[in-house]
Design a protein around this ligand. Sequence first.
Ligand SMILES: Nc1ncnc2c1ncn2[C@@H]1O[C@H](COP(=O)(O)OP(=O)(O)OP(=O)(O)O)[C@@H](O)[C@H]1O
Ligand SMILES: [Mg+2]
Length: 239
Amino acid sequence: MNGAADSVIIRPRPDEVVRLDDVKRHYVVGDETVRALDGVSFSIKRGSYWAIMGPSGSGKSTMLNILGCLDRPTHGAYWLNGENVAEMNDNALSDHRLKNLGFVFQSFHLISQLTVCENIEVPMMYLGIPPDERRARAEMLAERVGMSHRLRHLPMELSGGQRQRVAVARALANDPAVLLADEPTGNLDSATSVQIMGLFQELYEQGKTVIVVTHEPDIAAFAKSHIVLKDGKLQSCEE
Ligand SMILES: Nc1ncnc2c1ncn2[C@@H]1O[C@H](COP(=O)(O)OP(=O)(O)OP(=O)(O)O)[C@@H](O)[C@H]1O
Ligand SMILES: [Mg+2]
């Protein structure tokens, strides 16, 4: 199904942490083909800060699922940190995801029975990092997002903005190449949204690659580079 083999394969340069070459994601529904993504190519340099935007139905969620290694292109190549994800089997894909991506979701997705510190430790548990090392790193990350005063609290004892800070710390747990955020301020009031975007700005200034998917122009304005999707195609790409 993957068409990468019939086109010229150009490996990404070392400074390109993300590279898409003619990525398509088509869904066959009955006798109709939905072209959710239809030939998208772009690259993202290490340490840059991007927003992916577009109207409803333009392909943002489809793009996020592909960038996040939750789905694979039906055609084309997706290089994440030097490896073509489109060619990986499921096990290799989840391993690559765990090591290279940190996710921040609109609805935080914290585990309600675990404390702040334990939530931050979760991705490190999956990588088999020993408990002492995990704990020390989680405490350092909580400090980095301004949450070290709430280490033993449960998510329900935190405000929305605090929950999202914990989610950002968790996303950083395995020191991923890319921080991927899906409408990260969608459940926050505007003042708290600005604080969370300030946190992404700090991480960008510290050298992280940040990609935010959003339909809100005010939130996209925090990013330095912008991709706009329309009908599954790249309408614009401004670095
Ligand atoms: N599983 C699926 N099967 C068939 N078509 C799909 C599937 N998922 C998405 N699509 C179609 O692909 C197109 C892009 O959908 P997508 O969810 O990526 O848009 P979006 O930009 O995230 O929209 P929104 O802003 O409303 O969330 C739409 O036309 C949608 O109907
Ligand atoms: Mg969507």
